[in-house]
Design a protein around this ligand. Sequence first.
Ligand code: NAP
Length: 323
Amino acid sequence: MYDILIVGSGPAGLAAAIYGKRANLSVAVIEKNFGGVGQIGEGGHVYNYPGLPGIRGFELGMKFREHAAELSVEFIEQEMMSVKRVCGENGQAGKIVSGDDRTLPRYEIQLKDGSVRESLAVVYAAGTSPKKTGLPEEEKFIAKGISYCAICDGNFYRDKTVAVLGGGDTALDEALYLSSLCKKVYLIHRRNEFRGSRSTVSKVENQDNIELVLGETVSTITGEDRVDGLVLQSGRNIELQGIFVAYGSAPSTDPVKTIVQLDDYGYIKAGEDGKTMEAGTDKELPGFFAAGDVRTKHLRQVVTAVSDGANAATSAAEWISTI
Ligand code: NAP
């Protein structure tokens, strides 16, 4: 049994691992992707992380990971499927007991390979994942013309024609980035006003090879084995080779939604200390903490994610000391 199991190896999870280890606790990080660093690895440069202006997101993530590895944090490369809270037999009194004291209240995390890992506390830092279009053809064309990350996949579409779907900052940034690689970029947005920042909209409007398609949505994606075009709701056909979906992100809360309270948008309700509430009650869920983009918060950035990780691990250590 671990003291803390951390779910997610983005900035929040890795910061929690560093703080947990430095509090002399046994810590393991469960990560879906081998050697993961979270979503910062998929973006471009990070310009607002204090002290490291302009560092590549992946490089920053690797620095966090190397720091955790230096402290001998264990990594478990598995997808978490569900979690169960197991109440202890001897109440809450007592001291930290490392090892396998079955009387302690604990969490059991079920993994995709069928195994179960146990810990006294959980820091859930699974982040968010890209929203999908929901079109019936979408799944079949993922990695065959449909992508959710221009920085990751843009190079495959060098000198080709692509579309970016969405009107937020991500869509605008991706359209600009792709315009430097691709022959032509259609930016398709359902409204006539963009959600993204005015200054980026101006850059997009001034880019010759970006065509704005406003007040439109995609009704069908066409192609045999790969995407070869799309049809808009108005009936207009566009021939292209790639579609970049930039509809924002949704929190990855499926494995925990039965035990922890979520807000109306699916984020875990938690304050700065990471403490959560039990689903369907007005009680705290002891020993279960949320950190990073997955929790309710004002600003989702690397700097706030690492701060959350530190807070959640500290709350976890405090909780463990009361068991
Ligand atoms: P976002 O701001 O939520 O924008 C999502 C866009 O996708 C919106 O324009 C939305 O349309 C559209 N959309 C969502 N679902 C759709 C659907 N089913 N059909 C059609 N259109 C759909 O997400 P984001 O762009 O990823 O940005 C997230 C946050 O990160 C924002 O706060 C953003 O400012 C920030 N960010 C900042 C930067 C930067 O500063 N450089 C870069 C990237 C992201 P509507 O507008 O009609 O709702």
